[in-house]
Design a binder for this molecule. Structure first.
Ligand code: IPM
Ligand code: MN
Length: 365
């Protein structure tokens, strides 16, 4: 397979973890005879300072040309961010426009912790039980994130507002993605909502129930988001299967899931649209540890696994990356933020050692 890949390294730990992700991409390409041509482009806070925009025109052109996009985390330390006008900060000026441009409505965030790695979690081992294997599917281009906003002096009073809207089509397509995934996995689908308060949630549930009619073979349950937050800590594996979430609720619960695993560094993600997709870790750019070769590249390498599965339709290549990632951890290695009493001091890996080890496992298999 020959493909064009756009690479947006981003800020903070972005360049160093993207580098490890690309190492893994190239090693899979060698092994399976794929050809990738890689096109780096500026994106994020650094791009604002160097190009006057966090999502410069040249980057848009490179992404338009690409078959898929690899994106690192973006954002700088608080003091640096204050130098950037709100609308040019990477969240509103780059990430949301990127999602909108390619209509990447389906955000996949796997929450995986086998029993053998239960010690990474801050929860007790008996709570992890037989292990966690949840695929959180978050709607990514609708809801309050993309509604009209009013703020600042323009309002002429002490007032701000954010609109939350969902259309039938927006809910239907993400519900179909979630039901399809649950069907393929022969797994439970849990629909998360706040229908006791929000009109958009009541509407969401109506549409989800309608879609459910075509998936009678899929086990289904629905739960209020506040209860889901509680249950995720109390008994996470009850959700093993697929969780369907709207944009804002999904943002919050996916970070909570990272906490359950023990590190946001264990949260890869894919953002898939009707024609194109991109992959990114679910976490931020950790400017406090940038450049120190100690960030965990798992989330970025897992995102590369997703690139193969969801953007390039190469599931075998994806599986191989997942297997290598888990093999590193199961051999007792960990990056510093995960290392605890169970990690021997000679098994604490730097960012680049972690990537090298994943590559050597891929090569030995
Ligand atoms: C995420 C991030 C983004 C979001 C921010 C950076 C805009 O937190 O991908 O979860 O809120 O979606
Ligand atoms: Mn988030």
């Amino acid at each position: 397979m020959k493909k064009n890949i756009a690479v947006l390294e981003g800020d903070g730990i972005g360049p160093e973890i993207v580098k490890e992700g690309l190492k893994v991409l190239h090693s899979i390409a060698n092994k399976y005879g794929h050809q990738f041509s890689i096109h780096h482009a500026p994106f994020g806070a650094a791009a604002y300072f160097s190009h006057g925009s966090p999502f410069p025109e040249e980057t848009k052109a490179i992404c338009d040309e690409a078959d898929a996009i690899v994106k690192g985390p973006v954002g700088l330390a608080v003091e640096e961010m204050k130098k950037i006008p709100q609308e040019c900060r990477p969240e509103l000026g780059a990430i949301l426009p990127l999602r909108q441009r390619y209509d990447t409505f389906a955000n996949y965030r796997p929450v995986r912790l086998p029993k053998s790695l239960a010690h990474f979690s801050p929860l007790r081992e008996e709570i992890i039980g037989e292990g966690i294997d949840i695929l959180m599917i978050r709607e990514l281009v609708g809801g309050i994130y993309f509604g009209a906003k009013t703020e600042g002096p323009a309002t002429g009073m002490q007032y701000a507002h954010d609109d939350c809207t969902y259309t039938d089509q927006q809910v239907r397509r993400i519900a179909e993605v979630a039901f399809e995934e649950a069907r393929q996995r022969k797994a439970l689908l849990t629909n998360v909502h706040k229908a006791n308060v929000l009109a958009t949630s009541r509407f969401w549930n109506e549409v989800v129930e309608d879609v459910r009619g075509q998936y009678e073979d899929v086990r289904y349950s629905s739960m209020l988001v506040d209860n889901a937050a509680f249950q995720l800590v109390k008994n996470p594996s009850q959700f093993n299967g697929v969780m369907l979430l709207e944009n804002m609720q999904g943002d919050i619960l996916t970070d909570q899931a990272g906490g359950v695993l023990g590190s946001l560094g264990l949260m890869p993600s894919a953002c898939i649209g009707t024609e194109k997709g991109y992959v990114e870790p679910a976490h931020g750019s950790a400017p406090d540890i940038a450049g120190q070769n100690k960030a965990n590249p798992y989330s970025m390498i897992g995102s590369i696994a997703f690139l193969f599965e969801k953007c390039l339709s190469l599931p075998r290549e994806s599986e191989e990356i997942w297997r290598a990632l888990f093999t590193v951890l199961e051999r007792g290695y960990a990056t510093i933020e995960l290392a605890g009493a169970r990690t021997a001091s000679d098994r604490i890996l730097s960012t680049s050692d972690f990537g090298d080890m994943v590559v050597s496992i891929i090569e030995e298999e």
